[in-house]
Write a protein that binds this ligand. Sequence first.
Ligand SMILES: [Zn+2]
Length: 131
Amino acid sequence: MRKPGNKILRIRGWALAMIFIGMAVMYLGVFFREIPWVMLIFLILGIIPILLSFVIYFWVGMISARTVTVQCPNCERHTKILGRVDYCQHCKEPLTLDQELEGEEFTVDYNVKHRREKKIAELREQRNSKD
Ligand SMILES: [Zn+2]
């Protein structure tokens, strides 16, 4: 199974894929150039994912400003983290900004605030009961 990658790279990948999908759909329209309205539908259907990918690129640019750059403990290169947990851009090492979650089983669930807080509460309880 392929490991999930860094979020920003993944979102960019999707945006790029959408440009190709849009172009492929528009290209299909060429086969219907005898029937103008069919060709028009293909062109419109093709433009939608392309416009959407521009919106995504723009959005990625905005959220990139909110990312935290950290040094990856695994490969020692600098990587951008989006949210509380993310993967290293270079080696795909899971990284977290919460020290309490360090060493725990990794899940992107921790990006959801209430799930993360529930997990931290559980960990605290476990630690307290050990003492
Ligand atoms: Zn790394």
